[in-house]
Write a protein that binds this ligand. Structure first.
Ligand code: FES
Length: 166
């Protein structure tokens, strides 16, 4: 499992990311396994897992929408974006829809300030948002598709549609 890593500790973050993707969280079992495999303590594994906001000990939905709560996004309408998402999804920040498809989280600055207000849907960035656009994105995420908006910093290769876990 850790082949290719000279230092087993270097494997910790990639393995934690894999656990997050597969299990939608870093479970106790995964943390204990990684501690053993990387010759680190369980406390160290949890220290890393709790430092990175992309990792969660709590199970998340199949898709995660992160709303930036930093200054630039805030002054450019971030609170209205968050309210629209909460209303559209019927959940509060930290919650997951009953169908398990979407979790809603706040995030520190994601480096998308030039297209604020911005959100991330899994690993895709969306910016220059309005409450109406973000509602459309939330609905698209729930049915499994989303469209990359104009003004995005990271255009997707191979077409305008991209698959989101449904
Ligand atoms: S302040 Fe929102 S992405 Fe930087």
């Amino acid at each position: 499992m850790l082949a290719g890593f000279e230092n087993k500790r270097e494997a910790l973050i990639p393995c934690l990311n894999t656990a997050q993707r597969w299990q939608h969280c870093v479970s106790r079992e995964a943390a204990a396994f990684l501690a053993k495999e990387t010759n680190t303590s369980l406390a160290e594994v949890y220290g890393v897992a709790t430092f990175y906001h992309m990792l969660s000990e709590k199970p998340l939905g199949r898709n995660v929408i992160r709303v930036c709560d930093c200054l630039t996004c805030h002054v450019k309408g971030g609170p209205a974006i968050l309210d629209a998402l909460k209303e559209e999804l019927g959940i509060e920040v930290g919650g997951t829809t009953k169908d398990g498809k979407v979790s809603l989280l706040e995030s520190p600055c994601m480096g998308l300030c030039d297209i604020a207000p911005a959100i991330m849907v899994n690993d895709q960035a969306f910016g220059d948002l309005t409450p109406r656009r973000v509602r459309d994105i939330a609905r698209a995420v729930r049915i499994g598709f989303t469209r990359r908006p104009s003004g995005s910093k990271r255009p997707r290769k191979g077409g305008a549609r991209s698959k989101v876990s449904a």
